[in-house]
Design a protein around this ligand. Structure first.
Ligand SMILES: Cc1cc2nc3c(=O)[nH]c(=O)nc-3n(C[C@H](O)[C@H](O)[C@H](O)COP(=O)(O)O)c2cc1C
Length: 232
């Protein structure tokens, strides 16, 4: 059984969110051609997620000082075979709801917590800012260590690119059926860059340094880790 986990940043309840509806439609399309898919859609605004306090204690201890639903969301994401990142465009960016999720994920983002997992972006808008929001979501996916499959963008005022949607459905469906994803040059670049930054600033990246050391990652490349048997 393959598991899809979608993390969505609309401030609205799921029955009124355009982003939720599009993610749900996408999962429905995947289910049509793939048996045995389990899906969990996490509407961040419907969970108890407090704002980041900015204390940066997480970078010292590896743990956030706030005890709320972020822990269970992190666990769900760890169990996923494929991740979806979804957000409405708010002033040419992701929503503040999604951005807070990002701010609360500093250590996972510095330690490529979901290395090797494929991800898809879903962005909805009234007609502007979708490229900017998509670019940001891609950066976040890459910092989680994930491999990009594609983006689904829907604007209220433009024709929906059904061909692009079908391509993402087809590619994601193939991956769910066993097709191996290939890390991109960007995956390797983000990994090398973060490794260098952490290596050169161990005091600032205390928790991250410990995690990278424990995993033996300072001696490895993205590809080395990706090709380890337990990553597949
Ligand atoms: C605070 C706010 C800012 C927004 N900013 C933009 C924007 O910059 N460009 C745009 O085209 N639409 C903008 N929108 C419209 C939403 O992106 C659009 O309605 C989206 O599909 C809503 O998704 P949802 O129903 O999942 O929340 C904004 C909406 C809100 C509430």
């Amino acid at each position: 059984m393959k598991k899809i986990v979608a993390v969505i940043g609309s401030p609205k309840p799921s029955d009124r969110s355009v982003t939720y509806a599009l993610v749900n439609e996408f999962i429905g399309s995947l289910k049509k051609s793939n048996d045995g898919i389990e899906a969990e859609i996490i509407s961040l605004s419907q969970r108890n997620i407090l704002p980041c306090k900015g204390c940066l204690d997480c970078k010292k201890t590896g743990k956030c000082v706030i005890d709320d639903d972020m822990g269970s969301i992190r666990d769900s994401m760890s169990q996923a075979d494929i991740l979806i990142f979804g957000s409405p465009v708010h002033f040419s960016h992701v929503s503040s709801v999604f951005h807070n999720f990002v701010e609360r994920s500093i250590v996972p983002l510095h330690t490529f917590e979901h290395l090797g997992k494929p991800f898809v972006n879903v962005v909805t808008t009234n007609g502007s800012g979708e490229q900017e929001a998509d670019k940001f979501l891609t950066k976040i996916g890459l910092l989680f260590g994930c491999i990009k499959v594609g983006s689904i963008l829907r604007s209220d005022n433009d024709r929906f690119d059904a061909k692009a949607y079908d391509r993402v459905v087809l590619e994601t469906g193939s991956i769910l059926s066993g097709k191996k994803v290939r890390p991109s040059l960007e995956n390797k670049m983000y990994f090398s860059f973060m490794k260098k930054v952490i290596e050169e600033n161990p005091d600032y990246f205390k928790a991250e340094t410990e995690i990278w050391n424990e995993r033996g990652w300072f001696k490895k490349s993205y590809t080395d880790i990706y090709n380890e048997p337990d990553k597949r």
